[in-house]
Design a protein around this ligand. Structure first.
Ligand SMILES: *Cc1c(COP(=O)(O)O)cnc(C)c1O
Length: 393
């Protein structure tokens, strides 16, 4: 796929098979676990890597490859690897780059399990981890130790909408010989391409904006260089968290409308954020597109748009948040994001209810915080639904 093509065109065409079989327009689902070799010599050549060709679906499949090619084109990377879930992508990069005694420094408000798996599981193998507020690059610098191998950031981050300067994080990581890995799930490559700012590896939960229809889970790892790809691919194939072709086909189908979905959801989010700033039951609005967002300028510098995630504070704290949850009619009360339908969530009573209040608040998850994943419905319907629910406070 030509790099000069626009990202909206890439979303529609990248990953198409070089040669169609029957003139088909959509990439078929190659529902086959194994692939035959024309001869013993050919089989040997494929195994040794001298000849390209598929062997066994855990190690590669034509439909999955089509999705991987589309992701590579969208991120402007060297190559992509599709994984069973976003967490399979994240744990695979941890497994590849962290050895016993190594250290990783990360964003404190990353997706919970990305942090938990280091603190609960990788710690069993002697891997050390520190999490800091990476919106200030000095905090990353201060967290670096002689054994730091990876700097891991998520931007925009969850659920605080904090923005980390990718270029500065890359400078800090590279000055100490560490890799910069970026979770690009919240922005999607349509709005942010971390390789352009110095990242080495990008990870995604394809479950969110890239698939876009709240019907499949999936993940991906994209590398900037061939050397990094060659390190990660064998680890993924051996540990086995690869994607199956039917899952890949659904996600590739979702990607075809990425531009339309992200543009519409983002337009809705921008309007809602501005509207909510003036609602009497709303105490604050956090959206990277608002000039009062603390990292608004960094977002402007490294993103093509401000995305479709908004956090608001509502009056009456915990009770106020619950009131909104119980009264929305069009918004769906659910975690996740990036689908065509709008979702709403109250971290203090839901995803983060088991975290002690002090710890929660230190990470920015306040009682009054309501997270809104804006979808593609008509703006007026979304606004009216939120207004009637907020007015019940
Ligand atoms: C959902 C999510 C993940 C995990 O992805 P799964 O597909 O659920 O495994 C990782 N990072 C971010 C930012 C997410 O939103």
């Amino acid at each position: 796929m030509k790099n000069s093509l626009d990202k909206a065109t890439k979303a529609i065409h990248a990953g198409e098979l070089a040669e169609s079989i029957f003139g088909e327009v959509s990439v078929p689902i190659f529902q086959s676990s194994t692939f035959s070799f024309p001869s013993a010599d050919d089989g040997a050549a494929r195994f040794s890597g001298k000849k390209s060709g598929f062997i066994y679906t855990r190690m590669g499949n034509p439909t999955t490859k089509a999705l991987e090619d589309a992701l590579t084109a969208l991120e402007n990377g060297f190559a992509a690897m599709a994984t069973a879930t976003g967490m399979a992508a994240i744990t695979t990069v941890y497994l590849t780059f962290l050895n016993q005694g190594d250290h990783i420094a990360g964003t404190d408000s990353v997706y919970g399990p990305s942090r938990m798996v280091l603190e609960k599981e990788f710690s069993r193998f002697g891997v050390q981890a520190d999490f800091v507020d990476s919106t200030n690059p000095e905090n990353i610098e201060n967290a670096i130790r002689p054994n730091t191998k990876v700097v891991y950031i998520e931007t925009p981050a969850n659920p605080t909408m904090g923005i980390t300067d990718i270029q500065k994080a890359a400078q800090v990581a590279h000055a100490h010989g560490a890799l910069l890995i970026v979770d690009n799930t919240f922005a999607s490559p349509y709005l942010q391409r971390p390789f352009e700012h110095g990242a080495d590896v990008v990870v995604h939960s394809l479950t969110k904006f890239l698939n876009g229809h709240s019907d499949v889970v999936g993940g991906a790892i994209i590398t900037k260089t061939e050397a990094l790809y060659k390190k990660i691919r064998p680890v993924l194939n051996l540990f086995g968290g690869t994607m199956d072709p039917h899952q890949a086909w659904l996600i590739l189908r979702g990607i075809r409308t990425l531009a339309l979905r992200v543009e519409k959801a983002q337009e809705n989010a921008g309007k809602l954020a501005k509207f909510l700033q003036n609602h009497p039951k709303v105490t604050w609005v956090r959206y990277p597109g608002l000039p009062d967002h603390p990292q608004h300028e960094i977002a402007q510098k490294q993103m093509d748009g401000f995305g479709a995630m908004i956090c608001i504070g509502v009056k009456n704290g915990l009770t106020g948040g619950k009131t909104v949850m119980d009264n929305v009619k069009l918004f769906t009360l659910a975690v996740s994001l990036g689908g065509v339908e709008s979702l709403i969530e109250h971290p203090a009573s839901m995803t983060h209810a088991s975290v002690p209040k002090e710890e929660r608040e230190a990470a920015g998850v306040l009682d009054e915080l309501v997270r809104i994943a804006v979808g593609c419905e008509a703006y007026e319907d979304l606004r009216n639904d939120l207004v009637q629910a907020l007015n019940k406070i």
